[in-house]
Design a protein around this ligand. Structure first.
Ligand code: ZN
Length: 1012
């Protein structure tokens, strides 16, 4: 609307704005209330669960007490069952007859609050009740009974407010009811009034997005006014048909031939956990599918896309009846399992093998349950996308990628909507960023106009994807959205909307864009950078579980093949499912309520105890029980590279070197072995790190390394999600320790900050510097970084990520470089000159920043920092409080040394007794790294090896095995043969491969079959 300010300060509206004020007031106060023309009361009784949810069968047998409307209900997270008995009048048509429920909803957001599920007395689900979808069909005339399971999910998030809240923890969420039961009654829906309301909604949504001076806008406003003129405000039902007639001419004006085409796919983004625990997600999934199944019967064109095998698995377990209907709908093509991943995971932090397993377990579930294989990757909401993903996705058989999250970037916009995305190894995947920039559309005018405005390939392409449906407990698509889509199938002033499925969209988009632009490297999210640091215990659980899974699979596969031990496939899959679930994009990033992170830590503890047991069983099978005292101490090396003479993936004698003993000198401590000399001063800072082999000093003159920095961390918004760079201007270095003292094999430093304490053990062993941190963290809104200035001239640095590493610029030439101020690395970072560099490895740090800045001398140096801890207050006010430990190591060297140090941190030697075991598999070239050793998913007993090229080079290698096999094949991630050209020559017990830089290769060794 156009607004002028007149000289007296009063807002003066133009004629169209005045007309629309009248139309909107009429719609809101006359039309909408007339949708339900008559009502009948019902009898309602209630049973308060007073705890965690119970199944239908348990609820049905409880004692229900009569209740009245106006009843307060819903202690946070509690469940109340309502028993509703009434009569559907015989005079009303079935499509008119509904139960209408208002649990005390707020109209401000479609989900994120109370919700309910309506059951028939036999326990089958009819439909869900959601804030903007609060009706239940009553198809039979006469008496009926429904049981309604109402979930008192509290409103944890008020949009764009980030007040610390106690609602996210069952122990602190309080006992006060949060809702008031407002309405449960049988109501008669006036279909003509309802259709008129949809007409008005479709047209009204165009008024504010059409060119203000254009003919079309004027015609629509004029028709809307005519509708108001014609209708009798005191008799809306009696005049609604005339109202529709008044709008018919503008609704039948067709879109021009060149209009944008929106492929509308029904969707409901359901976070596996976020402002609610996973147990509530299980119910949200059931509610959403119930709504979708109802809607499918109402519209033959409607297709619903749902990702996340985990969510289908929950439904199968919790609601088998509903699941059977979902399975039928999948078979009929009406529900499309999409994405092929176990969950919509974070992609920055999961390790390479874990990200591969997201696809393996997800696709296997869809194939086994539904016989379908999704061909797209579906990650609309993850916080940035790793440059490894194109290769992992294509290795899993995916052809397409969809996300909208890059539209959240604060600073720069990815310049394409439809493009090829190229990863670190050169793999490309056809990618679409829906230009409506939402996965929660209602297909209204503003969303579709935004799609047209933002579509970068317009002029050469016309196809965009539109994802519609309320997510996260909004219940998915609604009948109002389908009405909107129908009106916009061919409507002047709107893009053309057609209901379709994702594959049809991608096929059409690919066909019309034969030479798409290419985006190379990661899709860094210029927001939510703090998610690399928040909830450190959850992150530790993830990294530690990934390491345990590798060990358990390696030793169990080795024991199965060498000793005939049973392979614990089911237990391993169980552990993987937990770890993969907890890589969900609000769990591993640390952005969920306290309850979720408590669940996650308990999940990791279960995984740890299970995997430790599997590892112990397998190692005992391999080495014997090792009871006798005269056996030499052995070490099991689960890593892909030899350590201290213990072969990679083998078990052998381990002469583990001792750390250097500190000696005092000039008020400082010196730690020195034959390769490295380190000096720690009385501030606990490293003032020299000398590479004795190369004769070079790591630290620029006048600087100190290994210094902890305590920085302000008070984000503008999105507390657990965001770090703001301006906060880092305020902070201090911890250079006044409580003490520094020499121990037998380390220098020990203690810093005390308020109630927090940081203990650091500094040691030198085997040519590297180790810093072991033990931290009692009691801070609020502080960021703790560990800083190393490095005396190299470099304009880029390498960070390890899944199956390789990524070089990122470390200057600030462009707004893209500047915005990339906190970046992910897995086990190591490396910065260097061609002949010398420094690797910094860690056991559980993801957030890093590296910058070229001026050294005290004025010459450039590189400042490398690791982000250890935060303490955000929303959505979990207790986030990160308590004890934490970290190990960080530094050594001079190149990328190969960085890779080796990363694995040393990730997979330390494990002490054993008994007999040595030669590796099952050996690889001749350290650039070709084994990331996983396992038995095949199909239970055949075949050995599966996941390898990748780790140095960014073209690398030949011989893979040898200690046992025979019938054949070897290169396969995809699902272990299906691909005929990959990397396999060059096959001999008995030996395969020669040549890998391209960062190439991922899965080899399957067919087990010898017993002769028939
Ligand atoms: Zn999400």
């Amino acid at each position: 609307m156009t607004v002028d300010q007149n000289p007296h300060g009063r807002v003066r509206l133009d004629s169209i704005a005045l007309a629309m004020q009248r139309v909107r007031r009429f719609t809101r106060f006359r039309l909408a209330p007339a949708v339900y023309s008559e009502t009948r009361p019902v009898e309602v009784s209630a049973w308060v669960v007073g705890g965690e949810p119970v199944p239908f069968d348990e609820a049905r047998g409880q004692r229900f007490e009569p209740v009245e409307m106006g009843m307060p209900w819903g202690r946070p997270w509690d469940t109340v069952w309502f028993d509703v008995r009434g009569v559907a009048p015989t005079a009303w048509a079935p499509e008119e007859t509904e139960l209408v429920v208002d649990l005390g909803f707020t109209a401000e957001q479609p989900g994120f609050q109370a919700e309910a599920t309506a059951y028939r007395p036999d326990g089958s689900i009819v439909k869900a009740i959601e804030p903007l979808n609060a009706w239940v069909p009553l198809p039979q005339h006469g008496p009926f009974r429904l049981l309604i399971e109402a979930a008192a999910n509290p409103v944890v998030q008020v949009p764009h407010e980030y007040e610390p809240t106690l609602l996210g923890d069952l122990r602190t969420s309080g006992d006060e009811p949060h809702y008031t039961l407002r309405r449960i009654e049988v109501a008669r829906r006036d279909i003509v009034v309802w259709e008129l309301l949809q007409d008005v909604s479709a047209l009204d949504g165009l008024v504010d997005v059409l060119p203000p001076d254009g003919m079309r806008r004027a015609a629509i406003v004029s028709a809307l006014e005519r509708m108001v003129d014609i209708m009798d405000p005191d008799d809306v039902p009696g005049t609604a048909a005339q109202g529709r007639e008044a709008l018919a001419p503008v609704l039948s004006t067709k879109a021009p031939a060149g209009a944008l085409r929106v492929a509308a796919v029904g969707h409901a983004h359901i976070d596996c956990a976020w402002l609610w625990p996973t147990r509530e997600t299980e119910r949200k999934v059931a509610r959403t599918f119930a709504n979708v199944l109802d809607l499918i019967e109402r519209d033959p064109e409607f297709v619903f896309a749902a990702s996340s095998a985990q969510q289908y698995a929950w439904l199968k377990e919790r609601q088998p009846g509903l699941y059977a209907r979902v399975r039928d709908a999948v078979a009929a093509g009406r529900i499309r399992p999409v994405g092929g991943m176990w969950v919509e995971s974070d992609t920055n932090m999961p390790g390479g093998e874990a990200l591969a397993r997201q696809f393996v377990l997800g696709k296997r579930f869809f194939l086994e349950e539904f016989g379908v294989e999704s061909d797209e990757v579906w990650l609309p909401d993850s916080f940035g996308y790793t440059a490894s993903l194109p290769q992992i996705a294509t290795a899993a058989g995916a052809r397409y990628f969809v996300t909208q999250k890059p539209s959240w970037n604060e600073t720069n916009a990815i310049p394409y909507s439809t493009f090829l995305w190229e990863g670190i190894d050169g793999s490309r995947i056809f990618t679409h960023l829906p230009p409506a920039e939402t996965y929660n559309s209602d297909l209204d005018g503003p969303d579709l106009a935004r799609a047209e405005r933002n579509f970068s390939e317009k002029g050469v392409a016309r196809e965009v994807l539109g994802l519609f449906g309320w997510g996260d407990g909004g219940g998915g698509p609604t009948r109002e959205m389908l009405a909107m889509a129908a009106r916009k199938a061919d409507l002047d002033g709107s893009p053309r909307v057609r209901l379709t499925d994702p594959t049809s969209f991608f096929t059409a988009a690919e066909a019309e864009l034969p030479a798409p632009p290419v985006w190379v490297g990661e899709m860094y999210l210029e927001l939510h950078r703090g998610a690399l640091v928040s909830q450190q215990k959850t992150k530790r659980g993830n990294r530690h579980s990934e390491a345990l899974l590798r060990q358990a699979e390696l030793w169990a596969a080795t024991a199965a093949i060498l000793k005939g031990a049973a392979y614990p496939a089911a237990q391993l899959e169980d552990a993987w499912r937990t770890v993969l679930l907890q890589q969900f994009h609000d769990i591993l990033p640390g952005t969920a309520i306290a309850w979720v992170h408590q669940d996650a830590e308990a999940g990791y503890a279960r995984v740890e105890s299970l995997l430790e047991e599997l590892i112990e069983t397998a190692l005992a099978a391999l080495t014997g029980d090792g009871d006798s005292d005269d056996e030499v101490p052995l070490a099991a090396n689960a890593g892909p590279l030899a350590q201290h003479g213990v072969p990679a993936m083998g078990i052998g004698p381990a002469p583990v070197p001792a750390p250097a003993a500190p000696r005092a000198k000039d008020g400082a401590w010196v730690l020195e072995d034959d390769r490295l000399r380190v000096v720690v001063d009385d501030r606990g800072a490293l003032v020299s790190i000398r590479d004795l082999v190369a004769g070079r000093e790591v630290l620029p003159e006048g600087t100190a390394g290994g210094v902890l920095q305590l920085l302000r961390d008070t984000p503008r918004e999105w507390d657990a999600w965001d770090i703001n760079e301006e906060d880092q201007r305020s902070g201090r270095e911890l250079l006044e320790p409580a003490w520094v003292r020499g121990d037998s094999d380390a220098v020990v430093v203690r810093h005390e900050i308020g109630k927090s304490a940081v203990d650091v053990r500094i040691s030198v062993v085997d040519g590297h510097l180790d810093l072991a941190f033990d931290i009692d963290w009691q801070e609020s809104q502080k960021l703790l970084k560990l800083a190393f200035p490095i005396d190299v001239r470099a304009d880029r640095a390498a960070s390890e990520l899944q199956f390789g590493h990524l070089h990122r610029p470390i200057h600030r030439n462009t707004s893209w470089d500047t915005a990339r101020f906190e970046t992910v690395a897995h086990r190591w970072i490396h910065v260097g000159e061609p002949s010398w560099g420094v690797a910094i490895a860690n056991d559980v740090v993801y957030g890093h920043d590296l910058r070229t800045i001026a050294a005290p001398s004025g010459r450039p140096m590189v400042m490398a920092r690791l982000s250890l801890l935060r303490a955000p207050r929303y959505p979990d006010p207790s986030a990160d409080q308590g004890r934490h430990s970290f190990t960080v190591s530094l050594r001079p060297g190149g990328i190969p040394e960085a890779v080796a140090d990363g694995y040393r941190q990730h997979l330390p030697l494990r002490a054993r007794h008994g007999a040595p075991v030669a590796p099952l598999v050996a690889v001749s070239n350290p650039a070709v790294v084994v990331e996983a050793v396992k038995l095949a998913e199909d239970g055949s007993g075949d050995l599966v090896l996941r390898l990748y090229e780790a140095h960014g080079d073209r690398s030949p290698a011989a893979v040898t095995t200690s046992v025979d096999w019938d054949a070897v094949e290169a396969t995809d991630l699902l272990e299906r043969p691909t005929g990959d050209s990397a396999v060059q020559r096959v001999e008995p017990r030996r395969v020669e491969v040549t890998l391209r830089p960062f190439e991922l290769l899965t080899l399957r060794f067919r087990a010898p079959r017993a002769a028939a």
